[in-house]
Design a protein around this ligand. Structure first.
Ligand code: FE2
Length: 463
């Protein structure tokens, strides 16, 4: 009898052997179909009716704390008005703010008139209506300002990346909108329109993307990160200024955080401190981005904003074959700082798949000591790759094998995520795949704050 028990124990040990890898590679297999862009005549791209009607409306936070909103839009036929009329729903007193208009050319394309208007001194936690355009083509929208910055302010972020404008992109955005968990602002991790997929980077696809996303971007701020598809760097047609279309169309409040470039900056929103980095700008020692981040991280006051979140495009911890190790150079530069400052969460895109890491770091290596594997580190962030918006390049379904220990969950499906910050200690995170019903959480974790409650919130079975 004792021998049987012994065999049984050995069997159990062997059976659970693969768990030393820790994580889960989801057995869910999405039917692989090509992702194709929706045609220009699709209803999601429809132009608002009327001559010179404002289109491609989008908003983002306009200052460091959430009392300002940058409203951006395009008028196609003539400059028109750059004025935003806005009022708080509770008192109807109308205010006006006037912005500026810009245009740009990209090879054989000339943009419409791109308006940016920063409306400031808003009240916190207030519903505002705003109106753009004139006469018959006036359009109205609304947004909510966030609550005042504070350590226990609940707030829910949506997370999307690499969205594009395919039928799958439309499903992703619809799932985000229909999710019973209501995101109040979107953290977007880069790669918006994929206009560069087309000949001469057909910038009409930047316009159509603006019209497609408007149903969300006009009503809640999207916090922008630049990806490689924002570069639009094409010397063969004389386009040598990186990020030209993106920077003309999408404005961010970078000066409010002491940044010198719109590609890296920070904001506070409710109980979160969001740092946006640029994977495609210089970050080596002494560069402006390096210097800014070096000075930025010590400024974060966790008693005011407990949740320290970083957005970037190219992931540091990615076990998909697609873009494998592309984020390595930035990881080498900045990872020790992330651990020192106890960053809670790092969100990236770029890989068209979903992956969540455990809390690991790989900062011990010093050329000669051989310590070059990621190790569990409860001061380290969780790294989440959410580049699964559904763009024209399709799914990245080939993973490195075996699944590394640091990888807690990975799956090649399109989707989006939500992060529900509850208070200074807990935030509930969920990833939703497009193939499921709106309320289904395919991967979810209760994260605990690294400053206030640094307990082990790993989900793998070992270590
Ligand atoms: Fe990318």
């Amino acid at each position: 009898m004792g021998l049987y028990v012994c065999f049984f124990v050995v069997f159990l040990m062997l059976y659970h052997g693969p768990c030393i890898n820790g994580g889960i590679t989801s057995s869910f297999v999405r039917k692989e179909e090509k992702s194709i862009d929706m045609p220009f005549h699709s209803d999601v791209f429809s132009h608002p009716p009327g001559y010179n009607a404002p289109q491609q409306v989008h908003i983002t936070q306009g200052d460091h704390v959430g009392r300002a909103v940058i409203v951006s839009w395009v008028t196609q036929d003539e400059p028109g008005s750059s004025t935003v009329v806005y009022w708080a729903e509770k008192n109807n007193q109308k205010f006006k703010a006037t912005g500026r208009t810009t245009t740009y050319k990209y090879y054989n394309y000339t943009s419409g008139f791109i308006h940016h208007c920063n409306i400031m001194n808003l009240e916190f936690d207030t519903k505002y209506h705003y109106q753009l355009g004139t006469g018959q083509t006036t359009r109205r929208f609304w947004f909510m300002t966030p609550p005042p910055v504070g350590p226990d302010v609940p707030y829910t972020f949506g997370l999307m990346g690499d969205l594009g404008q395919t039928y799958d992109s439309n499903v992703t955005l619809t799932h985000y909108e229909m999710n019973p968990v209501k995101g109040q602002a979107v953290l977007f991790v880069g790669d918006l329109s994929y206009a560069d997929y087309y000949k001469f980077h057909d910038n009409s696809r930047w316009d159509s993307w603006g019209r497609f996303a408007e149903r969300s971007t006009a009503y809640q701020p999207w916090i922008w990160t630049a990806g490689n598809h924002e570069l639009d760097f094409e010397p063969s047609i004389g386009e040598t200024k990186p990020f030209k279309p993106f920077l003309h169309r999408y404005r961010v409040p970078y000066k409010a955080s002491g940044s010198t470039e719109p590609l890296w900056y920070s904001i506070k929103r409710a109980s979160a401190y969001i740092i946006v980095l640029s994977s495609y700008s210089a970050f080596g020692m002494y560069t402006p981005q390096y210097q800014w981040l070096l000075e930025e991280l010590p400024k974060v006051n966790r008693s005011e904003t407990p949740w320290l979140i970083v957005l970037m495009h190219s992931p540091w911890y990615n076990s998909n074959s697609y873009h494998y190790m592309e984020g390595e150079t930035m990881r080498v530069m900045f990872e020790p700082w992330f651990v020192e400052h106890k960053v809670d969460l790092v969100f990236a895109g770029h890989v068209h798949s979903y992956e969540r890491s455990e809390r690991v770091s790989n900062i011990a290596y010093n050329i000669v000591n051989g310590e070059c594997s990621p190790v569990k580190n409860l001061s380290a962030p969780v790294y989440i790759t959410i580049g699964d918006g559904g763009n024209i390049e399709g799914l990245a379904s080939i993973m490195t094998e075996p699944q590394p220990k640091y990888s807690a969950y990975r799956e090649a499906s399109f989707g989006h995520a939500t992060l529900e910050i509850k208070n200074r200690t807990h935030a509930y995170y969920s990833w939703h795949r497009n193939s499921d019903g709106y309320a289904v959480r395919a991967d979810s974790v209760m994260f605990t704050n690294r400053h206030w409650h640094p307990m082990d919130d790993s989900t793998s079975k070992t270590e």
